[in-house]
Design a protein around this ligand. Structure first.
Ligand code: 5GP
Length: 189
């Protein structure tokens, strides 16, 4: 998506070879018009996939997921990150390793909101090693839902997320695919 790539080149910054900072329009301040265009793009791509719900991971996936759900006219569900590992019978729970923080967190989904009748589109801001997306897929499979695909704003293609998800036969649709990052270097495919 040209709009997103231009914004990344103009306002994003590569901290090092692994991390792209996009605080000014995705992760801290949110560019609402950009999110609206992103929502329309995802909805256009997945419009014939019989999506019943859009699912995202808190917190930076919420804005684009909301716009996508609005366009597809379906509910949006936020998978919650929790520090506790206490088992709760009302929740599906799984542990995810955080790429940016280097720690683990528990990802949860209430049993109330997803069933085996659902066909889900997962939306998230970044894909790095695919841990967050795979955690989301695991929870949705526990609920018996089918996964229609994953929509990602920024995929760092030099990391292994895509490969791992494709091994599970899940389609990934990314709006910006980064080939290389380094201090002051951002290269797209
Ligand atoms: P993964 O689980 O695919 O390894 O990492 C995905 C999650 O880590 C995303 O939801 C995002 O929050 C965070 N993340 C991964 N790489 C980056 C990055 O380069 N920049 C920022 N801002 N967040 C990232």
């Amino acid at each position: 998506m040209k709009l997103l790539k231009d914004k990344i080149l103009k306002e994003g910054s590569a901290l090092n070879r692994h991390i792209l900072k996009v605080d000014g329009f995705i992760n801290h301040q949110v560019d609402v018009e950009l999110m609206y265009e992103i929502g329309k793009d995802f909805a256009g791509h997945f419009k014939n996939y019989q999506i019943t719900k859009v699912v995202t991971i808190e917190s930076s996936g919420i804005a684009p997921a909301l716009m996508t759900a609005k366009e597809l006219q379906v509910p949006m569900i936020i998978l919650k990150k929790q520090p506790s590992k206490v088992l709760n019978t009302h929740l599906y729970q799984t542990i995810v390793k955080s790429f940016t923080k280097g720690t683990s967190y528990e990802l949860t989904l209430s049993k109330k909101f997803i069933s085996s009748n659902d066909r889900v589109l997962i939306i998230d801001d970044f894909m790095a090693n695919g841990e967050a997306a795979r955690g989301a897929v695991k929870l949705l499979k526990m609920a018996g839902a089918s996964i229609a695909g994953i929509g990602i704003l920024i995929e760092k293609s030099f990391q292994e997320g895509r490969q791992k998800l494709e091994e599970e036969n899940i389609e990934i649709y990314s709006l910006a695919r980064i080939k290389k990052l380094d201090q002051n270097v951002i290269e797209f495919f």
